[in-house]
Design a protein around this ligand. Sequence first.
Ligand code: SF4
Ligand code: SF4
Length: 158
Amino acid sequence: MKIEEKISHREYIRRYFKRILQSVSFIKGLSVTVRYFFEPSRIVTEQYPENKKTLKMYPRFRGRLEMIEDEHGENKCTACAICERACPNGTINVLATKDIAGKKVLGRYLYRLDTCTQCGLCVEACPFGAIRMNQDFELARTSREGFEMILNRKEGRG
Ligand code: SF4
Ligand code: SF4
């Protein structure tokens, strides 16, 4: 036997207007679709990875740490290790060496991507503007070795 649902007149009115409101929401959503159809320049959704080659991150985005180098591969790092001490995760290891004049210069600047939280404290701490967070957003690696990086191509000038 089918049990008929008995609802009050007030409940009937409430459901009636609720359904009207639901259809209004649907029209609102549809209007966004139609608007973007006629004005595709307003679309903010990125078609990743199809747009991989042209995709630009916003200026304040923090990717991974990199050393700022000129066109000859020279950097401004003095191997002072202030960035190493500023890093809360032990991600940076600055190995100093000496040049032919016996002056301390940067030997190798080691960085571990897998322990970096992209906090940017190292960049803020560097008094010489020798490092920065780059725009690289694809930070996944296929092996543990890929996380270890030497950031400098040449020894620092000191
Ligand atoms: S961004 Fe933060 S976690 Fe990464 S190396 Fe710099 S200080 Fe360390
Ligand atoms: S990157 Fe800057 S703070 Fe770090 S060792 Fe080099 S000069 Fe010093």
